[in-house]
Design a protein around this ligand. Structure first.
Ligand code: ADP
Ligand code: MG
Length: 391
């Protein structure tokens, strides 16, 4: 059993809130506040409940060392301005100074611990580091879905040290949406996979083959599958060492009666600079060209399948969508999924950016904030950060 916020009392108590505030920074400022926004409901609930909030997150990969480049200072400043309250940032995640800041908190105030990954103990799931964090709180709340697949001290060892622990609102919402995909998804269930690599996502492909009625593959991932079918892919981004794996996926899909759909046409160019972008059938990619997006006929094939679906999961763009010349496939994929009346879930960092770029994000049922975590969950894994919350 896992507690919800409503199962615990917060008034006047020190509450450790593990959020995912790992936002992109630019020129020392928050460049995209999506993760902060997603963390707000739980943060506000705790503040309203009179908690002394001890807020903690990682940011980037400082590899166990204090590095001002990865300071949470811009995040603290952003929160302070948005909530119009003082946010006191500690110098380090643990230690005397952090303890001092936390001890001076009053109800409805926030202490923001400096980047958890400034301490080696975080990624090592170190018991000593977890105990130091435990000294800062009476109650533990994990709302960091994006970090739930990591066995790190703040999401794993610490949770088990604090008997009064709960899942935050975002974590609950993520698990609820993704659970619907994992157990008894309404059929037809269609998964759309794309992005850069097959190897990143092979485990989720395997797990999805047992669940879905159709699997649509696009992006550079499709290049590897097309090459596995013997199509010349020119200079396209693909994984030549994964052709056998792709062939085995193709034959297993057939055995299981899963309709596996690949592009029938591609947008190609001689380089990603693309002044010469053009559409060709999949078997006509010249040696000196690369496939950078799925073509319009492919999307005409995919769209009705998506429209008829009752459940859709999408991870991975259909092409190099960051460049307008190669964004058409991904944008029409976003449109096709947005038009579907069933449950539609999007996961993955770049996929989320693409969904936003399409301007249709409010037409999806759920945008998952955790890329790796959502894939691992759909693979059938028990996420360490969720397991550690069990009572
Ligand atoms: P997500 O973050 O949603 O899990 P990935 O990281 O797996 O997605 O893949 C996204 C990246 O794949 C994007 O940067 C996109 O430009 C790239 N990509 C997709 N298709 C192609 C392609 N055909 N050629 C080169 N890059 C591609
Ligand atoms: Mg990515």
């Amino acid at each position: 059993m896992i507690n919800s916020l409503s199962d615990l009392a917060f008034d006047g108590r020190r509450v450790f809130l593990r959020s995912d505030l790992n936002v992109p920074l630019k020129d020392g400022k928050v460049a995209d506040d999506s993760r902060i926004q997603a963390s707000l409901p739980t943060l506000k609930a705790l503040l309203d409940g009179g908690a002394h909030v001890v807020l903690a997150s990682h940011l980037g990969r400082p590899k166990g060392e204090v590095n001002p480049k990865y300071s949470l200072e811009p995040v603290g400043a952003y929160l302070a301005e948005m909530l119009d309250i003082e946010v006191k940032l500690t110098d380090k995640p643990v230690g005397d100074a952090a303890r001092q800041v936390v001890s001076e908190l009053k109800s409805g105030e926030i202490a923001l611990l400096e980047n958890l990954r400034f301490n080696r103990g975080e990624e090592a799931n170190d018991e000593g580091f977890a105990k130091d964090l435990a000294k800062l709180c009476d109650v533990y709340v994990n709302d960091a879905f994006g970090a739930a697949h990591r066995k790190h001290a703040s999401v794993y060892a610490l949770a088990q040290l604090i008997p009064e622990r709960a899942a935050g609102l975002l974590l609950e919402k993520e698990l609820e949406a993704l659970s619907k995909l994992r157990s008894n998804p309404e059929k037809p269930y269609v998964a759309v996979l794309g992005g850069a690599k097959v190897s990143d996502k092979i485990k989720v492909i395997e797990a999805l083959l047992d669940k879905v009625d159709a699997l649509i593959i696009g992006g550079a991932m499709a290049n590897t599958f097309l090459a596995a079918q013997g199509k010349p892919m020119g200079k396209s981004l693909m994984e030549t060492e994964k052709l056998a794996m792709a062939r085995s996926v193709l034959s297993r899909a057939e055995e299981k009666g899963v309709k596996l759909m690949l592009p029938v046409d591609l947008v190609i160019a001689d380089s990603i600079e693309a002044s010469d972008a053009r559409v060709v059938p999949v078997d006509a990619v010249p040696n000196d060209a690369m496939a950078l997006d799925v073509g319009p006929q492919s999307m005409r094939n995919f769209s009705p399948v998506l429209l008829a679906a009752k459940t859709v999961f999408w991870n991975g763009p259909m092409g190099l969508f960051e460049k307008p010349a190669f964004s058409q496939g991904t944008m029409s994929m976003a449109k096709a999924i947005a038009d579907c009346k069933g449950l539609t879930v999007v996961g993955g960092g770049d996929s989320l950016a693409a969904a936003k770029q399409s301007g249709l994000s409010e037409h999806f049922s759920h945008l998952s904030t955790g890329g790796g975590a959502s894939l691992e969950f759909l693979e059938g894994c028990t996420l360490p950060g969720v397991q550690a919350l069990e009572l």
